[in-house]
Design a protein around this ligand. Structure first.
Ligand SMILES: Cc1cc2nc3c(=O)[nH]c(=O)nc-3n(C[C@H](O)[C@H](O)[C@H](O)COP(=O)(O)OP(=O)(O)OC[C@H]3O[C@@H](n4cnc5c(N)ncnc54)[C@H](O)[C@@H]3O)c2cc1C
Length: 523
């Protein structure tokens, strides 16, 4: 048992929480030696979810998971007890839930005539197929810091495949060609069933209640110190024979400056960068405020550390252009079943079985998802909650003569009703809370090798990076899995644990999957 070592985790997202769990479960560290320092009031970072029927529910995102991938995530959650099903793990309860709520989208794309687009064909021309094949075969050095548009012609971005793939994973044409290629390989199984989203798995409730709370509760029972309202402002360090060690942590705890000494042998895990930094909520009458990293502060520490130290990466590659990295989501709370009833009739899907419905021709490129209800444990039976998002919030709407960025919740609902041709009264009881996220796709920005630090850089003695902005071969960002894999890698490396991080499943090397993908591409 590692009884003398202490560990400090800067940031309280799923990455840090997972690292704490792996230290306890696989490193046999006492939980009391581990402290999580989180700037906000709650743990979970991007995996938020809160509210009530009176003031409305809100969550920045709704997550799609798979059980054919997410190897590290399920390795973790096989050991985390469920909060609602005694004797079961979170993994078990999630699998059972998905066996009862099988994804089979019947209205994946909807066109401007409000018609469901038949999507069994991906809509590729021979040129599209050749270009896609070339991109998926190119090595990462060749792809370099290129964009997807460097490899695919303009017509590709009009295919049904692009509309489905880009809205499922939130890709934009200007994003990293390397990351797009990684997605094609990592999620090749999803490629074969992208039109029904049949491989997608959901959590029972929103991810704060279904993933964050059970893990937090388990960490608490292990004695982990969870310190919220504690922003780490700087690190002390020294370098000896080229090895970098953190020796102290400066933080503002409930506004009071404090320094935590880091002793020889202690470990520090840093969540460098956050896709939800500087996000802001609006209301039915107010558009969300336009914040930047200067307001959020989630990048500052990484920027300080990386200055003059190329081995710690290059945050500017990810956080320098909000115009290329932002979009908006919205959460709607209803107290009248009309909207859900009409959606069930229109889509043919019960809530929780359809997944994303994307309005393909909408200027904002808007999608909505009706999850299985209730989506919050405290949600009354007469209340429904759904989530949506739009990839082009800078565009003027089709039914509201404003960019989404300028719209309050009521105006977003008006736009939605326009695309669905629902009477505005259908959403009369609705409370729509919009959310602006300036760095939501910052991980997808074109990058070159070295822009992301290794999880444990060779030069580091006791510092690991655990986030979406680290280099992990083969795996893909914008996933819970990536942060959990970073956490497991960091812990196993720094503690020298003799257990393998679960490898990325090589679906793309399976002859069956390759064949299915080829058939799909030629349909
Ligand atoms: C809208 C949306 C949709 C998504 N969809 C999916 C999906 O379908 N499937 C999927 O797998 N994933 C999805 N994700 C991604 C997934 O949620 C994230 O990859 C994951 O939650 C990131 O976790 P993290 O711990 O690395 O970082 P974060 O959650 O960003 O946590 C970082 C934490 O560090 C804290 N922090 C930062 N700086 C400091 C400091 N100096 N001091 C103290 N604390 C600090 C922040 O407050 C934050 O809590 C989605 C995310 C969003 C927002």
């Amino acid at each position: 048992m590692q009884t003398n070592i202490r560990a400090f985790l800067v940031g309280g997202g799923i990455g840090s929480m997972a690292a704490a769990a792996f230290m306890i479960r696989d490193g046999h560290m006492p939980g009391g030696n581990i402290s999580i320092l989180e700037a906000s009031q709650v743990l979970g970072g991007s995996l938020d979810g809160a509210g009530n029927p009176e003031t409305g529910y809100s969550m920045r995102g709704g997550r799609m998971l798979t059980t054919d991938n997410y190897e590290c995530t399920w390795d973790l959650y096989r050991s985390v007890p469920s909060l609602i099903h005694k004797g079961k793990s979170v993994f078990d309860e999630t699998v059972e839930f998905n066996n009862e709520h099988k994804a089979n989208s019947l209205a994946r794309l909807v066109d401007k005539r409000r018609a469901k687009v038949p999507v069994t064909s991906m809509g590729f021309s021979m040129k599209d197929r050749v270009e896609l094949l070339k991109l998926s075969q190119a090595d990462e050095d060749t792809l370099g810091a290129g964009c997807i548009t460097d490899w695919l012609s303009p017509e590709f971005f009009e295919t049904d495949f692009w509309y489905m793939w880009s809205t499922t994973f939130a890709f934009q044409p200007w994003h990293s060609a390397v990351e797009f290629k990684r997605y094609l390989l990592r999620f090749m199984l999803e490629f074969t069933r992208i039109e029904t989203l049949a491989g997608v798995k959901r959590t029972i409730y929103n991810q704060y209640d279904s993933l964050v709370l059970p893990l937090q509760s388990w960490l608490e029972t292990q004695g982990v110190h969870i310190i919220s309202d504690c922003r780490v402002t700087d690190l002390d360090y020294h370098t000896e024979r080229g090895r970098f060690s953190v020796t102290g942590i400066h933080c503002a705890r409930e506004g009071q400056a404090e320094t935590i000494p880091v002793n020889d042998g202690d470990l520090v895990f840093l969540q460098n960068g956050s896709m939800t930094d500087a996000s802001s909520l609006g209301s039915m009458t107010k558009a969300p405020a336009k914040l930047t990293k200067a307001d959020g502060g989630g990048w500052t520490l990484w920027e300080k550390l990386a200055t003059g130290r190329p081995e710690f990466g290059n945050p500017a590659a990810f956080n320098s252009c909000i115009a290329q990295s932002w979009w908006e989501s919205f959460t709607v709370t209803l107290k009248n079943p009309d909207f859900f009833d009409q959606m069930i009739r229109f889509s043919g899907n019960q809530p929780g079985t359809g997944g994303l419905v994307t309005f393909r021709d909408s200027n904002w490129l808007m999608s909505i998802v009706l999850a299985a209800q209730p989506h919050f444990p405290n949600q009354p039976v007469d209340t429904q909650v759904f989530w949506g998002y739009a990839l082009f919030p800078d565009q003027v709407g089709n039914y509201v003569a404003k960019p989404m960025a300028e719209c309050n919740g009521a105006e977003i609902l008006e736009e939605l009703c326009g695309h669905l041709r629902f009477d505005r009264e259908t959403l009369a009881s609705a409370n729509c809370i919009p959310c602006r996220m300036p760095y939501i796709t910052s991980m997808f920005m074109p990058r070159k090798r070295g822009d992301r630090p290794d999880v444990v850089p060779a030069e580091s003695k006791n510092l690991a990076f655990v986030s979406q902005f680290v280099e992990i071969p083969e795996d893909v960002v914008f996933t819970v899995e990536y942060s959990v894999r970073a956490a497991q890698t960091a812990v196993y490396t720094l503690l020298g644990i003799d257990r393998k991080v679960p490898p990325v499943t090589p679906h793309a090397k399976s002859v069956h999957v390759q064949l299915d993908a080829l058939i799909k591409a030629f349909r």
